[in-house]
Design a protein around this ligand. Structure first.
Ligand SMILES: NC(=O)c1ccc[n+]([C@@H]2O[C@H](COP(=O)([O-])OP(=O)(O)OC[C@H]3O[C@@H](n4cnc5c(N)ncnc54)[C@H](OP(=O)(O)O)[C@@H]3O)[C@@H](O)[C@H]2O)c1
Length: 363
């Protein structure tokens, strides 16, 4: 007897949400049963159109959260923004867990390492699990599989290890998010500007959980988490396709690390290198090709290096990364649906082969 399909709702249809609709549509065990949107002009539109598919899926988007949840979906991908509205995002997630849904999301940084989340955040989620029987798994690509299960998998073939370094190396030239790029990351700002993304404590808030997850899996003790930040200025004004000019003398590249200290030295390191143009900081790490990559380097014997370059939505590397974040989350739903209700992290949830996902001929 084949198991019934798992009715799955997508909440939010931005970068992550539209990839989630496509991933559910392609998954042999899942069925898209609803789409929740925030913007009124998306209400009533077909999910296939919102996801950039060339066909309708027969599910229309709704702004009525309660009506969609009243159908008690078995699963829900929470893809509404959480970095700027974490409390509201958690309230939304609690609603879905209360109706018994398995919730997967990349939206709440403090919950990637849920075991170490503050009690005032975790306790209401545990109460919702008890009350409704749903579950929660928070993950993505970075933070996410690029700095939890990928390095851990590769560590399994090492002889001895000095440092595990996880890198995200991205050129934002084609990234159409001017607010994030200019304000949050500080590209194009004077060199005395302090980018909020690297304000003291913020990198640890976002990526510290990943360091703890890796240490837990490796049986290592983290003594301390440290941060480093470096910035470089543009030597020439550069013109981007989507965001206009970035002036000579302003910030053109940002590099930061979150370091897990073991035996007094950085041994588990998460590093980000972000540029607005490849001409800035050419001596810093570069992706092997194109605009971006995730990389794991295990310094030790043997030295091991793995780079991952994902592309989607017309050869776009950011979309490729987002699609893999979604793959990790949507791919976990059927496993979570069979597991006990609860809060899960990336060490708990296995990454399994893509059973049944070879595209149908002609699809
Ligand atoms: N860890 C990772 O690897 C990773 C990767 C990418 C993103 N993320 C996280 O995932 C989340 C989604 O990212 P994204 O790139 O998809 O963002 P996005 O493209 O900006 O989309 C976010 C969506 O949130 C909805 N939304 C906006 N304001 C809202 C509000 N006030 N109330 C309810 N919904 C609202 C909108 O939905 P509608 O358009 O449907 O109305 C919007 O499209 C973010 O929190 C981001 O930090 C994590």
């Amino acid at each position: 007897m084949t198991a019934p399909l798992i009715d799955t709702v997508v909440w939010g249809t931005g970068n992550i949400g539209r990839a989630a609709i496509r991933a559910i549509e392609a998954h042999p065990r899942l069925r898209l049963s609803g789409v929740i949107v925030h913007s009124p002009d998306k209400a009533g539109r077909d999910a296939g159109e919102l996801a950039g598919l060339d066909r309708e899926l027969g599910i229309t988007a709704s702004t009525d959260v309660d009506a969609v949840l009243a159908a008690s979906p078995k699963a829900l991908v929470y893809a509404a923004s959480g970095e700027v509205r974490p409390n509201e995002a958690v309230d939304d997630i609690i609603k879905a867990i209360r109706v018994g849904a398995v919730v997967v999301t990349p939206s709440v940084y403090a919950l990637y390492d849920q075991r170490n989340a503050p009690a005032d955040l975790r306790d209401p989620l545990l109460a919702a699990v008890k009350e409704g029987g749903g579950s929660l798994f928070v993950s993505g690509v970075d933070p996410g599989w690029g700095n939890d299960i990928l390095p851990l998998l590769i560590s399994g073939v090492a002889t001895d290890i000095d440092v595990i370094r996880c890198q995200e190396i991205f050129d934002y030239t084609t990234y159409d998010q001017p607010d994030s790029v200019r304000w949050l990351v500080g590209m194009g700002q004077p060199m005395d500007y302090s980018p909020p993304m690297v304000a003291p404590g913020i990198p640890t808030m976002v990526w510290g959980g990943q360091i703890r997850l890796m240490a837990r899996a490796l049986g290592a003790e983290i003594e301390e988490i440290r941060e480093t930040v470096a910035r470089r200025e543009l030597e020439e004004t550069v013109t981007t396709k989507l965001m206009g000019d970035f002036e000579k003398g302003t910030q053109g590249a940002l590099r930061f690390e979150v370091q897990g200290i073991i035996s007094g030295a950085p041994r588990i390191v998460i590093e980000h290198v972000t540029r607005i143009h490849p001409s800035c900081a050419p001596d810093w790490p570069m992706p092997p090709t194109g605009d971006g990559a995730h990389r794991v380097i295990i310094e030790g014997n043997p030295r091991i290096e793995v780079s991952v370059e994902a592309t989607d939505e017309n050869e776009n590397r950011s979309a490729g990364g987002n699609a893999t974040a979604v793959g990790r989350l949507v791919g976990a739903i059927d496993w979570l649906a069979e597991a006990e209700p609860g809060l899960y992290d990336a060490i708990d949830v296995p990454l399994r082969p893509a059973v049944g996902k070879f595209a149908k001929p002609g699809a």
